[in-house]
Design a binder for this molecule. Structure first.
Ligand code: SF4
Ligand code: SF4
Length: 140
């Protein structure tokens, strides 16, 4: 069983279509919506797809065929290790505890797989050690 967290970007015309519903109905994957935002510029959806690797690939291909922009949350936040001062600000701000303090090394550890791409840590980091990855965009 594999899992991928994706950021889907919808154009305003696509926001009210049944693309997400068809994802759950037509593909053998579990769809878990983690976050959704819609405004006049379109919509963004963070979701986790769980299932066999080839089923996830088919579901992604379906989205792309329907002109939905697909990015992986796994690369949403990129940390510059040299800039990071282990100040712990990101620990207190992250809503899903993707950061933690390692009590042996006193270093802040980043667990990408927990991230739901809210962007809060990127703005909060005083050392500007965090940035959004190249293949993703901030939520609308
Ligand atoms: S807020 Fe920035 S500098 Fe502070 S621990 Fe987190 S990544 Fe490092
Ligand atoms: S983007 Fe949000 S969820 Fe992801 S690590 Fe930063 S604060 Fe946590």
């Amino acid at each position: 069983m594999a899992e991928k967290k994706l950021i889907l970007t919808f154009s305003p015309e696509q926001v009210n279509t049944s693309i997400t519903f068809r994802l759950a109905r037509d593909f053998d994957v579990d769809v878990n919506i983690l976050r959704a935002e819609v405004n006049e510029r379109g919509g963004k959806l963070i979701l986790a797809l769980k299932g066999a690797g080839e089923e996830i690939d088919k579901a992604i291909a379906f989205l792309e065929e329907n002109k939905v922009q697909v990015g992986e949350v796994a690369r949403f936040v990129v940390r510059d290790e040299e800039r990071c001062t282990d100040c712990s600000m990101c620990i207190s701000i992250c809503p899903v505890r993707a950061y933690r303090l390692d009590r042996e090394s006193w270093k802040v550890v980043f667990e990408q797989e927990r991230c739901i791409a809210c962007g809060l840590c990127v703005d909060a980091c005083p050392a500007m050690a965090l940035k959004c990855g190249d293949n993703t965009t901030q939520m609308v």
